[in-house]
Ligand binder design. Structure first.
Ligand SMILES: [Zn+2]
Length: 166
């Protein structure tokens, strides 16, 4: 993706309505689009699409929050996610091969009843993109826990590829 959409979507002109949107509406937009894409592309295709979209956002944001130190960088990401109310990012574990991140109070799944499937593919991709921008390596992400699966938290597990590039 050549554009950094963050530079474009941040311009809001809503003098009467302001910048905030109820979370119900965010989730409705998100879930309806997701369901439609699943019908259109199948489960696997929809997961990849959402993950890759999240990955692009993670990379774009990474560019804005970058630091020489991974600790400072992740702290910047955590602050951004908290201030923009995406969720509370908690790095549980991270080395050069693998990592586990929790997203407490996740924008998408927090409080959702157990519907028997994990739904935060965008968030999983987002965490991967954040790490890809820092490491310059390919990062594979899997959502390993989700409130929508009755697991009480949103959790993303990442695998960082050893070889440079692909
Ligand atoms: Zn979630």
């Amino acid at each position: 993706m050549s554009k950094n959409w963050l530079d474009i979507v941040g311009s809001v002109k809503r003098p009467q309505l302001g910048e905030d949107v109820p979370i119900l509406i965010f989730r409705a937009f998100r879930i309806y689009s997701g369901e439609y894409l699943r019908d259109l592309m199948g489960e696997k295709g929809a997961v990849v699409l959402f993950q890759n979209a999240g990955r692009e956002l993670g990379r774009s944001l990474g560019e804005k929050l970058i630091s020489d130190s991974i600790t400072t960088y992740l702290e910047n990401v955590r602050t951004f996610m908290k201030e923009s109310k995406i969720g509370l990012l908690i790095p549980e574990d991270l080395d050069e091969h693998r990592g586990v991140f929790k997203i407490d109070e996740c924008i998408t799944c927090s409080g959702i009843p157990n519907i028997g499937s994990r739904i935060c593919h965008f968030e999983a991709g987002f965490v991967a993109g954040i790490l890809e921008f820092f490491t310059k390596k390919r990062v594979k992400a899997t959502e390993t826990k989700c409130n929508a699966m009755g697991e009480g938290v949103c959790e993303v597990t990442v695998e960082i590829e050893n070889a440079q590039g692909k």
